[in-house]
Design a protein around this ligand. Structure first.
Ligand code: GTP
Ligand code: MG
Length: 198
């Protein structure tokens, strides 16, 4: 699929404020600083569509980006960011929970995982939360360019072995780098394959 147009559409502080159109949503979520906004920019081949930052906690709202006037990429605030007051964190969590569980247009969720790190409880728990709520998801390993090839393969192999302890079947898995655009085509083709089924 070609991304012909990609435009910022709307930021929403509440699930109820999200776009009312019946177009499909593809949401990106993961720990703060994992590279969600960068990946959205990579998918759209634009450098500053979604705001990125080396300081965690940059994305604080539900951000909709309209692609090819037909579907939305959705940038969600990161979870697991401890350096904000509990009240603020709870507000983000409630907003995200309402969005994930009530948004009818949500087709699938991409859970981003930093390919350099060992499996973390917070991510594994989040995947269980999605499964408990019957929410379909894929795993996207990010920042692949920051590993050597062997290290990358070993990390992902290990991650899958940890997942297999809990899951009979693994979800779709993508390995990406926003720097080199690795994995970009695969994710866009996957989204297209879901779009044609709607
Ligand atoms: P929050 O909005 O704070 O939750 O963060 P985020 O998940 O949107 O992360 P963001 O895209 O802002 O990226 C965080 C930092 O990681 C930035 O400094 C990016 O430049 C860097 N980064 C993201 N993806 C990649 C990647 O694929 N390769 C490299 N080398 N750096 C990356
Ligand atoms: Mg962000």
């Amino acid at each position: 699929m070609h991304v012909k147009t990609a435009e910022f559409y709307k930021s929403s502080a509440k699930y109820e404020q999200c776009p009312q159109e019946s177009l499909p949503d593809y949401a990106f979520i993961g720990r703060s600083n994992v590279g969600k906004s960068s990946l959205i920019n990579s998918l759209c081949k634009q450098s500053n569509l979604a705001k990125t930052s080396s300081t965690p906690g940059k994305t604080q709202l539900i951000n909709h980006f309209l692609i090819n006037k037909k579907w939305f990429l959705v940038d969600l605030p990161g979870y697991g960011f401890t350096k904000v007051p509990v009240k603020v964190r709870e507000k983000w969590e409630t907003m995200t929970h309402h969005y994930l569980t009530q948004r009818k247009q949500l087709i699938t969720i991409f859970v981003l995982i930093d390919s350099r790190h060992e499996p973390m409880d917070i991510d594994l728990q989040f995947m269980h939360y999605l499964a408990e709520n019957d929410l379909p998801f894929s795993i996207v390993f990010t920042k692949a360019d920051k590993n050597g090839k062997q290290k990358l393969e070993a990390n992902i192999h290990y991650y899958k072995s940890v997942l297999r302890q809990d899951w009979k079947e693994l979800p779709p898995i993508f390995i990406t780098s926003s720097k080199t655009h690795m994995g970009r085509t695969e994710i866009l083709e996957y989204i297209e394959s879901l779009n044609v089924m709607l």
